[in-house]
Ligand binder design. Structure first.
Ligand code: BT5
Length: 269
């Protein structure tokens, strides 16, 4: 980052009030978990310009050439029952999609360009059908109680998607590729932190984000195929539940709840 968010320009109560920046790290999630174990406060933001070991789910790689992306992790310490942790992922991905929507270029015609990013269960953000961001939520327990949650967020901002490794799970894009002009990463970060802070306050006041999240989910109502470990479930994605599970109704009417997995949308039913 050319500079970090100044506390005077950040209109948040908790999220990003403390910022730790390193130009290059292994993974921002790993760095923030180590800091959390040492007592960092609720809302701490860990930011990097390059990760040599950026991770997705199931230890997959998250790739981003240096200085092209937003690579960050947020620390949440709140008394949530473990089955509600997905609400933190939901509120963060809703904030990512809102922040991205606010980056649409002005356009040269009378109509401004409109971006409608969508969510892909369980943790992707899509722009024009391609993956523009991914989230990785990790939880630490003390005994059976939640100690803290780290939500890692990677957003493809000014990168050339063709520079990413071949064979990605979902075709990728970036804000630069879609808008054909660079996006100010600091402005995007400030918008993101403000959205997360506002929604985090609502969560602590008892708000549930499931219906808002479901409203932006590209997957609902479509015929999907979900890989869960070695198993593959096919059916219509009917609903998401408060714990983040996807409910799928199979051809023979059986209903299955899938908690973690990879979904691909199929055209045929
Ligand atoms: C994710 O996992 O999408 C979660 C990504 C989270 C990354 C952030 S960056 C900051 C923080 N620190 C970390 O170490 N991680 C978090 P998953 O759904 O498992 O998708 C991973 C897959 O996405 C990979 O196997 C690739 O196929 C693909 N991929 C890798 N880099 C990508 C990119 N820049 N854009 C789009 N797809 C990518």
């Amino acid at each position: 980052m050319s500079r970090l968010p100044g506390q005077d320009e950040l209109a948040t109560l908790i999220v990003g009030r403390r910022v730790v920046y390193r130009a290059e790290v292994g993974s921002t999630n790993d760095e923030l978990k180590a800091l959390a174990d040492a007592g960092e406060p609720d809302g701490t933001l860990f930011l990097a310009d390059y990760q040599v070991a950026g991770r997705g789910r199931f230890d997959r790689q998250w790739a981003a050439p240096p200085g092209t992306s937003l690579l960050l992790s947020l620390l949440f310490r709140c008394a949530l029952p473990p089955e509600r942790v997905s609400q933190l992922t939901m509120l963060c991905s809703l904030s990512v999609r809102e922040a991205i929507a606010g980056c649409a270029p002005a356009g040269d015609g009378p109509q401004p360009t409109e971006w409608r990013p969508e969510l892909k269960w369980p943790n992707d953000v899509l722009l024009n059908g391609r993956k523009v961001a991914g989230l990785l939520t990790e939880i630490s327990f003390r005994g059976s109680a939640l100690e803290y949650v780290v939500v890692g967020i990677g957003i493809n901002v000014n990168l050339d998607p063709t520079a990413l490794p071949p064979g990605l799970l979902t075709p990728a894009t970036s804000l630069l590729a879609e808008g054909r002009q660079p996006v100010d990463r600091l402005a995007l970060l400030l918008r993101l932190l403000e959205g997360v802070d506002r929604r985090y306050a609502a969560l602590r006041a008892g708000h549930v984000f499931t219906s808002d999240w479901a409203a932006h989910l590209a997957t609902l109502g479509r015929w999907v195929s979900v890989a869960e470990g070695q198993a593959i479930w096919e059916g219509v994605a009917e609903a998401v539940e408060d714990d983040g599970a996807l409910r799928i109704r199979g051809r023979e009417g059986t209903v299955r709840r899938v908690r973690a997995g990879d979904v691909s949308v199929r055209h045929a039913g």
